[in-house]
Unconditional design. Sequence first.
Length: 465
Amino acid sequence: MLYVCVLAVVLLVFCIGAAIVRCVNKRRRPRWGNEMRESLIGADYMPSRVLRERKADERSKKINPAELRPKEWERQVIGKGSFGMVYKAEFRGQPVAVKEVIVPNSHSKTEPGQSILRAKIRRVSTNFVDEVEMGCSCRHENLVTMLGYSAAPRMLLIIEMMTGGSIFDQLHHSKWQPSPAECLKAAFDVAQGMEYLHTHFELPVIHRDLKSANLLLLQPPASLASRSSGRVQSLSGAATLGSPGAEGLTLLVKISDFGMSRTKSAKEIEQDEVDEETPETDYMTHCGTTLWMAPEILRREKYNEMVDVYAYAMCLLELLSCRLPWHGKGGTAEVPAKVVSGERPDEQLKFRPASPSQGAHAATPARERTTGGPSPSLEAVGEQVLDSLREVVKKAWAQDSTQRDRFPAIVCELERIQTQYQAAFEKHRRTQQVSQVLLEAKSDKELWQQRMKEGSSPKMPGGWE
């Protein structure tokens, strides 16, 4: 009994001590309200003030966070990252995602520490303002729609709900293996969205952070839904190219996260500006951005919108191989030197994992895999689609940025591929229909012959008289 009492006293003392420490730390921790932020970074960098000076069509998207439902929407966390948190909520009867940008914090009292913190908060505030501006200016089916924002007291972005998640999550967490048709549709969607950013405005809008984590799906992929329900999908994909899928799902990819985008000409964007805004250790490693980063950025040279074309090539490589760029080529720290030297993951470009309908096949390079199975002609068409997309990747990841295809040219090439192989898929479908009719006719004839042998006199099937 004595031991129990002693143990209870020790636990009580420990709990009281922990509560005191937590209260002291909480008291010491600065509360980053608007007033403290303004005193640290200056009024000119406050998002609420900057956005208040913008034109009327942007101010019209300012909302009151009290409109979000339910009131406990902050409990419905659907994602988190270095930028902040993403919540699920309803806004004016529509399901939405609420992205909260978290302001950096620090316990440092020294001047160098405060200077670093000031730079980080200014960068976060600037990125938030840029993303709001982009969301108010862009109207395209392949760009995530921003429905509203709130700059004070918290920085919130209200965007449309993308229930399919990101391509990154689907490929590497849900083990999605996109069919050739789905690869083509995703490539086409992203190219169209980037073409809009590069050509619709007076100066090109450079995304600067194009990667699979920023490519969102409106709904889960049809091929993944088919596999989870026990149905095996053919290599032609969930649908004919660009059409609704057999399962009623349509693959639609949208580009998100414009916090790092810039609207500037090639002469205006210099690497010095990037280094000033973002410390090298932050910029180079954030969310694995290095894997999608163009050589001119890694060389700290001037760059233009062609860095997005290189990043697009890496996204398409990831989609075709179902692996992160530079898989099996060493750690992320070794990638910059390889990119700058002109090396590319050519072996990964040839790799294609075995699809669920190819259970007997191993995951081998695409060109070494046979096209056996019930529909070899259809597999051959699918391989031709993949080969065409591989050529798009090779042109887009050229070392010299002037040798890369621009997005208008990429869109035209993808339209050509789509038109060419849409006809091939349609021809295959008609062939299968004719084969089915002949098979049914043959079955009818065999049934009639069987009944004749049994002594009955059934009416001869039409076409066999």
